[in-house]
Ligand binder design. Sequence first.
Ligand SMILES: Cc1cc2nc3c(=O)[nH]c(=O)nc-3n(C[C@H](O)[C@H](O)[C@H](O)COP(=O)(O)OP(=O)(O)OC[C@H]3O[C@@H](n4cnc5c(N)ncnc54)[C@H](O)[C@@H]3O)c2cc1C
Length: 531
Amino acid sequence: MTDEWEYVIVGAGSAGAVTAARLAARGSGNVLLLEAGADQPRPRDRSHPLADAGRLVLSGYNWDYRANLRTSSRLEDLVGARAGGPAAARALWERFPYQLGKVVGGGSAVNGAIALRGLPRDFAAWAAYGNPDWSWERVLPFYKDVENDADFPGHLHGDSGPLPVRRTPREEVHELDAAFWAECNRQGVADLPDLNAGEEAGVGPIPGNAVDGERVDAATAFLTGARELPNLRLRTGIRVVRVLFEQHRAVGVEVETDGRLTAIRARHVVLSAGAVGTPVILQRSGVGDAALLRVLGITPVVDLPGVGRDLVDHPSVVIWSKPADGVCTPGLPWRQVAARMSSGFDGDVDIQVGLLNNVESHTIPGFVDRLGWPLVVGASVMLMRPRSRGRVFLDHADPYAAPVIELGLGTDPEDVERLCHGVRRAWGLLRSPGLASRLTATQFWSDRMIASDGVVRSGVRNIMNPGWHAAGSCRMGPVTDPWTVADQDGRVHGTENLRIADASLFPTIPSAPTNLTTLMLAEKLARNTKE
Ligand SMILES: Cc1cc2nc3c(=O)[nH]c(=O)nc-3n(C[C@H](O)[C@H](O)[C@H](O)COP(=O)(O)OP(=O)(O)OC[C@H]3O[C@@H](n4cnc5c(N)ncnc54)[C@H](O)[C@@H]3O)c2cc1C
């Protein structure tokens, strides 16, 4: 193949896999897909860790980022050149392991294989943020195109897309999930057999992109056939350091392999490095807040202060319990049923609640020591549309420096209050006879604690964790909005031949885990990409 590519796509994760497959298939010139992580073995054995949809992959195939769950004054200190030693402050805020996927398939290769769509109101918000092409009516055809939903053939679902979507029939769900489902019904949450139909409240089986317990990640679904195309090349173990520009026109990327820096030329560059990777590459390339870039000694190419801002993830609280003997079995499915309901804060449908069953505590770092229970059951409460925002930025121009990730969880007090109400709702479900009789002990929480507003609030603040659903750090929207980074076709403002296609574009986080929406977004952008 050639030394100058038509397209270089940075990152072979959820969005990058779709983008590369679609651009190559339509014969848009030669396409080079670059991935910092390793390739997956092909064929992949069923016993391979990436095959098991029953557990998250949190080591071995990940970026070992450390995130600050809140925010700090680090950015302001840098830009304002305020006194205070960065080295001394650093240890305090780089704490939480944030293990995003670093392997072909990206997040989709390590995740929980939950395949939930966003809700119509999420896309109404995207449109209201100046992206009229992203209303529910306009995104639905692309959700359909990516999926093969065997359970609900019909006008709302696709039956021939690359991604299989399956649900567990009610009669086959685990006894804990059956009890959870029945209790939700008893508390007034109606059945919703298809959680992807666009309706809000309800309890039903979780759609998943797994078949017989095997995770079908984006690489398996989208790249398997595309790899054979003569105009697509995948190169792994290559980290893109920055985009190369001539004036404002992207002309390629600088990459690092085994400590060596080289340039790859391309007519179009697409960044699909995810909501942490993409803004960091942009900042290193001189696209970002010019004040920050100057402090770091990076020459600004375009002053876009929105780069890295508005990072968002779903804050969640998990209440862990010990199952009674014989209730849980290692290796059985871990998530089968979810309920969308109101936390009770104001009547809005604002939380997703579900059980994490059959969880082997040694698979969660630090858990065996903390709990001493080999098998655990979690009741998870996820805030669907958090208001809090974080940010991601460089504090050093060194191409090897790790980014500063501040998730900002709970920085908006309303998020904390909604989660407090949500924890009480989850507690009410856990205390029902059907569930309580199958659980013998619960970590941390008790009836007395739940009764106290102050204790619940402080517990939620301290226990809240992210869902690994990083999004929104390069929001799309009109150039007139100073905090947007790209237009609604993913073209980076103020540049030529440079696009973004990944979860960093989300104007707001959807009300559901983010993978299926990322695949839909990449599918839609690839279809609309014109040279
Ligand atoms: C542990 C975990 C569990 C999750 N569970 C679920 C779930 O059950 N359901 C759900 O819907 N969502 C889930 N998610 C979220 C979902 O997987 C992500 O939203 C989605 O994968 C994001 O896609 P993306 O294309 O934006 O980024 P990614 O899939 O992260 O892809 C980015 C790719 O770019 C590569 N990259 C980054 N920087 C560079 C660079 N400089 N040079 C070269 N390559 C680079 C990365 O290695 C990665 O492969 C989970 C995520 C994680 C990490």
